[in-house]
Design a protein around this ligand. Structure first.
Ligand SMILES: Nc1ncnc2c1ncn2[C@@H]1O[C@H](COP(=O)(O)OP(=O)(O)OP(=O)(O)O)[C@@H](O)[C@H]1O
Ligand SMILES: [Mg+2]
Length: 509
């Protein structure tokens, strides 16, 4: 069973963010609803209440004005107007009474009603007296009482308006508070969602990217032929399963590679004996021990001899590579002069070079200290590099071999990365340069792998298996040195290898 699978983690992240957004939305809807209710109550109750209150004052003033005019002019039109305003006043007061929700306001309305009643009774008393044609004695106490009643009435109405305005201001304050609070809470929820999204996103991406990077690195190792590379599976999610499948694939590849190596090694080994017999029989025929041979037959026998030699060399290369891969290559290390080895190799191959009209230049230079090496193997390296140079250099070309002492700074970074030079700082460096066809830059590393040949194979009249440089590289690495090529298409090649003077490196298995 796959635990903590990726999809579960993705689902958890999305659900958390969606829940945050839903909580915020519901909270905002609830708050907006409440605000709507407050606005509604302001629009429907408070504002009309204040308007009516203000009109109540106007009505009262109209009543007083018409009452006074009537008392002076005795004109009934003013009495009618007074009556009209009185009715309007009472209607408005009734409306206020019906829409009241608050005890303090109710008290103020009752007080207004009482005072208005008192005022009306005082006015009607005056009117009755006036109807009887009685002269109203100028009574200052009565006048004062009426004035006081009117003042109290105006105050009472104003108090009503003030209480409603205070209520309204309170509601607007509440409105503002709710607005601020909702913004704050929404911001907190958004911040939490963003923070959660960022942290979750970071860890989630990392939990995917780092194993993918490990997988990518491991794939590169495999692509470069390191079939022993495995990855450590730490999680049991889809990526962990992928890692396990990758390791299984590597095991299978390794198994197949081993089978192939064993097969090549067995076949090569089994071919060696019959090939030796063919060569010896061929030699006997050529030496005419088995009887006379015609010139045409000698020609054919010489071709067979050449091809069997080539086949033997190929089989030797295959056996060498099998030995190297099985870790069975044996070295006979001893202090020797690298210059002597180069001298011998160049002397031996000069004949072949001259047959192709290629000039070999070997400048021995000054005396160089002896190096701990296997003479035969380093000679094999030289033979391989020189024969490659001859093979890939057209007629009339030139091959130059130089040797000098060098330090680690001379090794190009590209190759130094893989080098096992450890704390070795001084070397002898051998360079074999030719004026041949050159090697494209993208193949500089690849040609040191087995069976790797650039598209120029066969040029120069010689075919190969693509094993030479692979063997050469193994031998040099086993000596603690390094080998690389500097070349460009059509501009010749320089193969350089180094061998350490001090032999204190650790051999890697
Ligand atoms: N001096 C050179 N100039 C141009 N190309 C070269 C040179 N040396 C090597 N190469 C390229 O590198 C390839 C690999 O060389 P390597 O010696 O491993 O194989 P080979 O010479 O083709 O075969 P083998 O050495 O097994 O007979 C060659 O096929 C060739 O394409
Ligand atoms: Mg070769």
């Amino acid at each position: 069973m796959v635990k903590n699978s990726l999809w579960k983690r993705i689902l958890f992240g999305y659900i958390t963010i969606v829940v945050c957004m839903m909580v915020m939305s519901f909270y905002l809807i609830y708050r907006l609803n409440y605000l709507n209710k407050v606005t509604d109550s302001i629009m429907r109750a408070d504002i009309p209440f204040i308007e009516n209150g203000e009109k109540l004052v106007d009505c009262l003033l109209e009543q007083v004005r018409n009452e006074k005019k009537y008392l002076i002019t005795h004109d009934n039109a003013f009495l009618d107007l007074f009556d009209q305003k009185k009715r309007e006043f009472l209607e408005r007061l009734k409306y206020l009474e019906e829409s009241v929700t608050y005890r303090k306001k109710d008290e103020a309305i009752q007080q207004t009603r009482e005072l208005h009643k008192k005022y009306l009774s005082m006015v009607s008393k005056e009117i009755i007296l006036m109807g009887k044609d009685e002269v109203i004695p100028p009574d200052t106490r009565y006048e004062e009482e009426k004035k006081k009643t009117l003042d109290q009435l105006t105050q009472s109405i104003n108090k009503l308006i003030l209480v409603t305005q205070t209520e309204l201001i309170k509601k607007i304050g509440l409105f503002q508070q709710i607005g601020y609070k909702s913004t704050r809470i929404s911001l907190i929820i958004i911040l939490f969602a963003v923070l959660f999204g960022a942290i979750f996103g970071y860890f989630f991406t990392r939990s995917i990217c780092s194993p993918i990077k490990i997988l990518k690195d491991a794939t590169e190792h495999i692509a470069h032929g390191d079939l022993d590379h495995r990855i450590e599976v730490t999680s049991n999610d889809e990526i962990g399963t992928l890692g396990m499948a990758f390791n299984q694939m590597c095991n299978k590849l390794k198994e197949m590679d081993q089978m192939k190596t064993d097969f090549v090694s067995n076949v090569s080994h089994n071919l060696k004996t019959p090939l030796t017999v063919i060569r010896e029989a061929n030699d006997l025929l050529l030496e005419k021990i088995a009887g006379p041979v015609s010139d045409a037959q000698i020609k054919l026998l010489n071709i067979t001899k050449e091809e069997t030699i080539r086949l033997t060399m190929m089989i030797n290369d295959l056996l060498d590579i099998s030995r190297i891969e099985a870790g069975l290559m044996r070295y006979n290390f001893q202090y020797a002069s690298i210059q002597d080895i180069i001298q011998k190799s160049t002397d031996e191959i000069r004949f072949l070079a001259e047959s192709k009209n290629i000039h070999i230049r070997w400048s021995k230079g000054g005396d160089i200290s002896k190096v701990l090496l296997d003479r035969e193997k380093i000679a094999q390296v030289m033979d391989n590099l020189l024969s490659n140079a001859i093979k890939f250099t057209p007629s009339g070309g030139r091959i130059t071999v130089t040797v000098n002492e060098a330090d680690f700074k001379t090794v190009p970074q590209f190759f130094a990365e893989e080098s096992r030079l450890n704390n070795v700082h001084s070397f002898v460096q051998v360079s074999i340069s030719d004026t041949g066809i050159g090697i494209p830059v993208e193949c500089h590393k690849k040609i040191f792998d087995k069976f790797q040949q650039v598209n120029n194979k066969g040029k120069g009249g010689m075919k190969g298996t693509g094993l030479g440089l692979s063997i050469v590289k193994h031998i040099i690495l086993d000596h603690g040195g390094d080998i690389w090529v500097e070349s460009n298409m059509g501009q010749g090649s320089v193969f350089r290898f180094t061998l350490p003077f001090r032999y204190d490196y650790v051999l890697q298995s």
